[in-house]
Design a protein around this ligand. Structure first.
Ligand code: SF4
Ligand code: FE
Length: 481
């Protein structure tokens, strides 16, 4: 397993083609806007090397028998699934943002099942290729970016019907030694902090779309891949002097557009090639695992609840009964989310490949809750924080030799608490509910791992309505022929 420092050094050896604000980023690792997101991924290495987190953060590889980072593990039991849910909460609480590495873990696990099932039907050898690739990922302790979401163009049209055929990733050339792919993946979490990019289809493909029914892995600095960093609200505060206005002074999430401009993929890194009848399964399995991964938001909720309680104390209102009740409500919502994350893991099962898979109904119910509860928790945090959170002057005003004394005097809460503590706490709440980390806590809760409607479709497919009707009819004496 790598250490956090070794991880950072390994990224320095990559030659990524990254753009931000219209310019190429020469030094990705030290860029002040990107660096907090790298540090958040580095936390997945840091905690894995701490003895107190070993049980949650590490696992034993089923292919090599070696100790590995859980983020590269293929779940071998219910216990593994439960530990995965706990790991999300642990890291979310530690970083207060999206730590990005779950997408790759979920992709590896979904591919471990789908490649096996394709082989069973078609006699292909995708699973063998995949296991070789997995060994490489586990041995080197790599970060994989799982890339699913295509630009999609006109949503009313299938991939092959689009005016521009590149709006879904597709194969454009087949060679003896591999394939050439073209297209893009949008809002790719952690892409520029990854060693590998693993591409999957984004929807169920039909025969006419079989050129789009492909899955493959590429080194993140493969020739022809370009990254364009997504903007976040308040992102340029990271360029300012001082750290208070950033809120979270250590960590942050980051997304990018990933463009594949005729990139060559050798056959040994291709895990699905035109088996369109398995594209839906791969999407569904990845999505269900990733919906479980949203246990991360419980950890972010822990941070936000802690911040709300603290600012209430700093303001001298923590004893008010309505404040106490709001904190209880925030905890109730947050722990309800945790229930879902644990339940979908505990109710998991073994698939033919040997991989343990979450209960898809419960994983989708969990993620549906995640599209709602963090918004209510954020609303309550803003309620408790007060309007000051958004009208505060900048850190530079607090540091000003002219007016700093007024800042300190008029922004003071309780007399025994330094004004700076109060400001820092308000900035953290701002960061998580309106700033860069609101991408992770709110918008990602809404749209990450599929938008709310995607879960509702899965819920409607998974529940046994007929059985529920039979129960009701029996109890009131309806006997149908
Ligand atoms: Fe992981 Fe959560 Fe970030 Fe998704 S949003 S990558 S589950 S931390
Ligand atoms: Fe996500």
């Amino acid at each position: 397993m790598m250490t956090a420092e070794e991880y950072e050094e390994s990224l320095r050896r990559l030659n990524l083609n990254v753009y931000m604000f219209g310019e190429r980023v020469e030094n990705v690792v030290d860029n002040p806007i990107i660096r907090p997101s790298m540090k958040a991924v580095a936390a997945t290495y840091e905690l894995a090397n701490r003895p107190e987190h070993e049980d949650i953060m590490t696992a034993t590889s089923h292919v090599t028998g070696k100790k590995i980072n859980r983020f590269t593990h293929i779940h071998q039991s219910i216990d593994d699934l439960v530990k995965k849910s706990k790991m999300g909460r642990l890291l979310g609480a530690y970083t207060g943002c999206c730590f990005q590495r779950c997408v790759g873990m979920d992709t590896l696990n979904a591919l471990s099942m789908t490649t096996y099932d394709i082989d069973a039907k078609y006699g292909t050898d995708y699973n063998k290729r995949f296991i070789e690739y997995l060994k490489y990922v586990q041995e080197k302790d790599l970060v994989c970016c799982g890339a699913m979401t295509d630009p999609k163009g006109d949503r009313s049209l299938r991939p092959h019907q689009q005016k521009d055929p590149d709006l879904y990733v597709r194969v454009v050339e087949e060679r003896a030694d591999g394939i050439v792919v073209r297209g893009a993946k949008v809002h790719q979490t952690g892409a520029v902090n990854s060693h590998e990019i693993i591409v999957m289809p984004t929807i169920t493909m039909r025969e006419e779309d079989k050129d789009y029914a492909i899955s493959f892995a590429l080194p993140s600095d493969a020739k022809g891949i370009t990254y364009v960093i997504g903007r976040q609200s308040c992102d340029t505060r990271k360029l300012e002097q001082g750290d208070i206005d950033r809120g979270n002074i250590y960590f942050g999430g980051l997304e990018a557009l990933v463009i594949f401009d005729d990139v060559f993929v050798p056959w040994e890194r291709v895990f699905m090639y035109k088996e369109y009848d398995f594209s839906g399964q791969l999407v569904e399995q990845f999505a269900s695992y990733h919906r479980q991964s949203y246990s991360c938001k419980v950890g972010l909720g822990d941070v936000l609840i802690g911040a709300a309680q603290t600012i209430a104390e700093y303001n001298g209102v923590d004893r008010a009964s309505h404040i106490k009740d709001k904190i209880i409500e925030m905890n109730h919502l947050n722990e309800t989310l945790y229930c879902g994350a644990i339940a979908c893991a505990s109710e998991g099962h073994r698939e033919p490949s040997g991989t343990y898979y979450v209960n898809t109904l419960l994983a989708n119910v969990h993620k549906q809750n995640v599209t709602r509860f963090p918004f209510e928790i954020a609303r309550l945090a803003q309620d408790i924080a007060g309007g000051l959170m958004v009208t505060l002057p900048s850190e530079r005003d607090f540091r000003s030799s002219d007016i700093g004394k007024w800042m300190d005097k008029y922004y003071k809460g309780r007399s025994d608490i330094p004004t700076e503590y109060r400001i820092r706490m308000l900035r953290l709440i701002e960061n998580m509910t309106l700033g860069t980390a609101a991408v992770g806590y709110l918008t990602e809760s809404m749209h990450g791992a599929g938008s709310p409607q995607a879960q509702r479709i899965m819920i409607s497919r998974q529940v046994n309505l007929k059985q529920k009707q039979r129960l009701a009819k029996k109890l009131c004496g309806i006997v149908e022929e």
